[in-house]
Design a binder for this molecule. Sequence first.
Ligand code: SAM
Length: 251
Amino acid sequence: MYKFEHISKFYDIFSKGLNQDVKFYLNEAKKSKGKVLEIAVGTGRISLPLLEAGVDLYGFDASQNMINVLEDKAKNKKIDTKGRIKKADMRNFKYPHKFDLIIIPYRAFLHNITPDDQVKTLNLCHKHLKEGGKLIINFFFPNPYAMVNRKEGKETDITVKRKDFSVRLQGYSRHDYTKQLIHIKHVYRVKNKGKKIKEFIEEFTLAWIGVNEFRHLAARTNFKVKHLYGDFKKRKELKIKRGELIWVLEK
Ligand SMILES: C[S@@+](CC[C@H](N)C(=O)[O-])C[C@H]1O[C@@H](n2cnc3c(N)ncnc32)[C@H](O)[C@@H]1O
């Protein structure tokens, strides 16, 4: 399982989320009027604003390093996370109560790289939802052009400057078409004031999942597809280029 040892240090610098996604999840959480579970909370990009707004939210992540960043931020902002955030794997989690809403934002579901893992996660979500409860999952549209053209190579090269240091992220990806996998490598180079450069490398793998494939996964795990949106403004049109899929499933 991923530790995200280095990604956790730089996540908040480079991973700003998707247009209006926090607002979307906050609205859905308020509408649910009950207990909400965020799967793969990361550094709390979504869970902290929801907790701050009074949502009865629980969450977990497989990486203790990501959770540590979340807890530090919660302490600074005086947000009470006591008994709410834990370390767990989405393929094997357990709560004593059921939820009105479960969310898996920002591609985290794609860390399930085999159909077996995908089904395990969806079955556990089903088990932990109340009757009529909703599961919202967001991941990117698997753009076939991007996959073929970017067989192997550098996709990201961003430098962010802060007062005392600058950090450059170079992201590489390699596609395995037969297994529907994307192997991703992040290289972070941190330059401090003294011009010393420190390098951190982290690798991980994501699945890519097609639209109809996910419809089958949902049916196989007894979910009804209530909505499929192409963005967080709830537009139904799906885009191939930089497209997103936002699935709203119901138990
Ligand atoms: C892209 S981040 C999303 C974080 C946060 N939800 C957000 O929107 O910013 C993906 C997260 O999935 C977590 N993750 C990966 N595999 C996991 C698993 N099997 N179970 C639980 N969390 C997992 C990683 O540790 C990481 O924090």
